[in-house]
Structure formats: structure tokens, C-alpha cells
Design a protein around this ligand. Structure first.
Ligand code: S5P
Length: 276
């Protein structure tokens, strides 16, 4: 079963080269922690990468929120990523037609495809969104994560309860998951994994499940809609391979200590999972 297979064994079954590298890196670094670096200045972004870098497998950015963005920031980020051995994920959540996303990926001031090992993409536009992204990076080792379920309250991607009254909602949810997984299977060279909240969506051991909404202290962020779960819940019950932690680390009094604590707790639950 996927959930009890160690990351290192799964690396042999991954088709996307970034997924192979990621699973190997997770095993060697003993980290299944991705920090969500939702900060708005270049200096904050770099200092977070420097301080949390030793403890993460993936450093996830929203590069379009950085107010003083410059190409130098990318050079600095790449240097820190190499120094601390983590991958860069730009959480762009591409969601347009293939032609447009290929431009958003490889053009503009952020030139995402030139530096981000991984990007996120919504499956809503259909397969063309993947073909479009792929067409922009014919000679680069790049990968994407398809967003299938979101963590936010009231999102339109949850199955809800399976009762007669919600049957049609459940059926349409099942269709979205199935169709999204079909897209994954059609593009194994480019799809590294999925972003979701439930176990059993990922059946292929070569795909990585990334799950946001993790906190040791909070249950939600009020009217903004985020919903949090514990490391135990996210790894054991929800099937996460990589847990995404944002404010739990970025807004901690001591982000280094918080990153160490999240890494240790998340890795311990993973070890329990593979030994069960
Ligand atoms: O369903 C999702 C998908 C993503 S990628 N829910 C999310 O919260 N995310 C991202 O994870 C979100 O964009 C943010 O960068 C991070 C969660 O941050 P936190 O501060 O709530 O931990």
C-alpha cells in the first residue's frame, strides 16, 4: 500500500524526475516538511529560506506577493536552495487555457519556469493546462502538483457526507477526482504529485501527496477560512506525504525552533505510518 511504502522505495517508481529527486531528498534529509513562505519582502523571504532551509524538503513561495521583487532575489533563493538542499515550489495555482499558462509560466518579470522546480496547477481547465505548462519547459527538469482538494472552509472540492440528499454533489466530486487523476496518469513525465486533503486519492506510489492546513496551535484562521489539523491527523488519517506549514512557522516567535519542532513531529508520524 502506498501509505506504508517508504519514500526511498517510492522514488524508484516515480516517473517525473523532480519527484524522484524530491522523494530521495526527503529520505536522506528526513524531512516531510514544506514551509509556506507567505511573506512580502525579499529580505524576509531570504532570511526564512536561510533559517528554515536545513529542516525542509520544499520551500513554497507566492512570488507575486513580494513587493520589492528583483531578479537578484531569484539568484539568492537558488543559492540558499542549493546550500540547504531543498526544492523550490512556486504555488502559482495555474488555472487558465494552455496557451495562457505557458506564458504565465515562462514570461513576465517572475519567469517562474527558469527557477521553480515545482509549480501548482488547478485541474479545472482540463488537460490543456498541463500540456501548456509542459510546452514551456521542453528542456528543463520541472514538475507540477495538481490541486484536487483545498483546505479552506466551504471549498467546492469536498465530498461532503454521502447521503441521498448530497448524492449528486458527491458524484460530481468523484468525477473531479477521477478526471484529475486521469490527467496525472496521462502526464507522468510532468506531474510530480497532487495537493489534496484525503487519503486514497493517490494510488500510484510514484506520485507525492502534498497537504496544507497544518498547525500545532490553531484550528482555523477565523473568517479567512483556513482549516488546520495536527501532524498526526494530516499524515495518518489524511494521507499526506508532505505537510505544508505556513504561519505556524513564519509567525512563530522563533521560526527556527518552530521549523525544527514541525519537522521532528511530522517525520515521527511518517515513521510510525511506514512501520505500521
Ligand atoms: O488547499 C490549499 C492549497 C494550498 S497550496 N490550502 C492552502 O492553504 N494552500 C497553501 O498553503 C496556501 O496558499 C498557503 O501558502 C499555505 C498555508 O498557509 P498557512 O499559513 O495557513 O499554514
Amino acid at each position: 500500500h502506498v501509505l506504508t511504502l517508504p519514500f526511498i522505495a517510492r522514488a524508484d517508481q516515480a516517473a517525473n524526475p523532480v519527484a524522484v529527486k524530491l522523494l530521495q531528498l526527503m529520505a536522506s534529509k528526513q524531512s516531510n516538511l514544506c514551509v509556506a513562505a507567505d511573506v512580502t519582502s525579499a529580505s524576509q523571504l531570504i532570511s526564512l529560506a536561510e533559517s528554515t532551509g536545513p529542516y525542509v524538503c520544499v520551500f513554497k513561495t507566492h512570488i507575486d506577493i513580494v513587493e520589492d521583487f528583483s531578479p537578484q532575489l531569484i539568484q539568492d533563493l537558488l543559492a540558499v536552495a542549493q546550500k540547504h538542499n531543498f526544492l523550490l515550489m512556486e504555488d502559482r495555482k495555474f488555472s487558465d487555457i494552455g496557451h495562457t499558462v505557458s506564458l504565465q509560466y515562462s514570461k513576465g518579470i517572475h519567469n517562474i519556469s527558469s527557477w521553480a522546480d515545482l509549480v501548482t496547477v488547478h485541474s479545472v481547465p482540463g488537460e490543456g493546462v498541463i500540456t501548456g505548462l509542459k510546452s514551456a519547459v521542453p528542456n528543463l527538469q520541472r514538475g507540477c502538483f495538481i490541486v484536487i482538494e483545498m483546505s479552506s472552509a466551504g471549498n467546492l472540492t469536498t465530498s461532503s457526507y454521502i447521503t441521498l440528499s448530497t448524492l449528486s454533489k458527491w458524484l460530481s466530486y468523484e468525477c473531479v477526482v477521477t478526471a484529475s487523476m486521469e490527467i496525472c496518469e496521462k502526464h507522468p513525465d510532468f506531474v510530480a504529485g497532487v495537493v489534496c486533503q484525503s487519503p486514497n486519492i493517490v494510488q500510484n506510489p510514484g506520485l507525492v501527496q502534498l497537504t496544507p492546513g497544518v498547525s500545532l496551535d490553531c484550528l482555523n484562521d477565523g473568517p479567512l477560512g483556513q482549516q488546520y489539523h495536527s501532524p498526526e491527523d494530516i499524515i495518518m488519517s489524511r494521507g499526506a506525504d508532505i505537510a505544508v506549514v505556513g504561519r505556524g512557522i513564519t509567525q512563530a516567535t522563533d521560526p527556527i525552533q518552530a521549523a525544527q519542532e514541525y519537522r521532528a513531529k511530522l517525520w515521527a508520524v511518517y515513521e510510525k505510518r511506514v512501520s505500521s
